[in-house]
Design a protein around this ligand. Structure first.
Ligand code: ZN
Length: 404
């Protein structure tokens, strides 16, 4: 069932190969309508909010909500499973749980409008809106590569509700299923990953300024080569990251060299650094090491250096009670599972700051994601669905007499 519905959703794409379903695009609008029709047919009360998140609700005795969902959008030429697996699992698990009659707590599916940040430079729009982090200014000032504002694109997609910056306060618990996007579960033969923490991330630009000069007439001991200094920084940084060990990751992914000419000593190099770890102290300590070591290295090469930290995302722990319960549901179903952290950001990270949240992973074939090659075995998808269904039944159908 999971595989069939995931394949069906993947037909809503603006381009091939793979899935290209960017926020407020034609395929995004059509996929969203199709999901709304499907949830309506399953007997849910379907509604949308002003940014285009869609909800499918099964009213319980209490208005407090057990929410589950993931995101509808994809990267350009992404896979069938990223986001979609969680959306389909949420719809099916809520529908299956609701077969037990009126729940004590309200069950709700959320199809987040946007998570990837692939059309607009703003990731997790859907969950940030639910968490009350998005006002009208964000939609007005965020533009895509064609200069179209998010607000204009939203209206063009026929979504016209009034943007209000209010966090939902009725969500008791949130659960997201997502593909792992790494190879650990497959490597260890585990059916399910239970995420204990989503890593914090810091991103910075480093500007190294030396002196541009003739490559042939400037002796090696009389030059201030911004590239030589930068190369030394990068190799020392990678060695230090390996020395500190997992789960720290550190990546230089972007570099600009000036004048970028074969016979001129580089006078200026700008490079990026992305580093991640599930603990804030580890991030702070690594940043301190980087700034100290890079400054010393720059001085050694007679270069100057500056740092621009443009992203500081705190690690988000998942709810340990929910995670523990999911672990025992795995044992009940004889599903092998392991605890892990998530090296990628997710909607669960945003929801985790406003409510008790759990994130579970199903294996990604060869760890591949954001690619048409993305694949998860049908049996693994069904295992995830079973786990979610059991969790929703346990959380929404309670025998406790606390409800009025
Ligand atoms: Zn995703």
């Amino acid at each position: 069932m999971m595989q069939t519905q995931i394949d069906w959703l993947s037909t809503y794409t603006d381009d091939t190969p793979g899935v290209t379903r960017l926020l407020y695009s034609r395929s995004w609008c059509e996929a969203r309508s199709a999901l709304m029709d499907w949830m309506t047919a399953l007997g849910m009360h379907v509604y949308e909010d002003a940014v285009g998140n869609v909800f499918g609700r099964v009213e319980g005795r209490s208005p407090e909500v057990i929410l589950t969902g993931s995101h509808l959008d994809s990267v350009a030429h992404g896979g069938r499973f990223d986001g979609a697996a969680g959306v389909i699992a949420s719809i099916l698990s809520v529908a299956r749980a609701a077969e037990n009659g009126t729940p004590d707590y309200t069950l709700e599916v959320v199809v987040f409008c946007e998570e990837e940040g692939s059309r607009f430079p703003y990731a997790c729009l859907g969950s940030h809106y639910v968490a009350g982090n998005v006002g009208p200014d964000v939609l007005e000032k965020t533009v895509d590569a064609d200069g179209i504002s998010m607000e204009k694109a939203r209206k063009t997609a026929g979504i016209t509700g009034h943007i209000e910056q209010n966090a939902r306060t009725d969500i008791r618990r949130f659960m997201e299923l997502h593909i792992e996007q790494g190879g650990i579960l497959e490597h260890e033969g585990c059916a399910v990953g239970l995420v204990e923490s989503i890593v914090g991330q810091r991103r910075m630009y480093i500007d190294v300024t030396g002196t541009a000069n003739h490559a042939g007439t400037t002796p090696m001991d009389l030059r201030s080569d911004a590239m030589e200094a930068s190369a030394s920084m990068m190799s020392r940084m990678a060695a230090e990251a390996r020395r500190r060990g997992a789960p720290l990751t550190a990546t230089v992914g972007e570099m600009q060299v000036s004048p970028n000419t074969v016979n001129v000593i580089p006078g200026h190099v700008r490079f990026s650094l992305d580093f991640r770890h599930p603990e804030e102290e580890a991030l702070a300590s690594f940043q301190e090491w980087v700034e100290q070591t890079f400054s010393d290295t720059a001085a050694h090469y007679g270069a100057s250096i500056s740092f621009d930290v443009f992203m500081k995302e705190a690690p988000t722990p998942m709810d340990h009670v929910m995670t523990g319960e999911l672990e025992s549901f795995c044992q009940n179903e004889q599903l092998s599972c392991r605890r892990m952290h998530s090296g990628a950001g997710h909607d669960a990270q945003v929801l985790g700051r406003i409510t008790a949240t759990a994130l579970l992973f199903v294996p990604s074939w060869e760890g591949i994601s954001h690619s048409p090659e993305e694949y998860t075995e049908p049996e693994a998808l069904e295992a995830g669905l079973t786990l979610m269904t059991n969790a929703l039944i346990s959380w929404a159908y309670t025998t406790k007499e606390v409800l009025t």
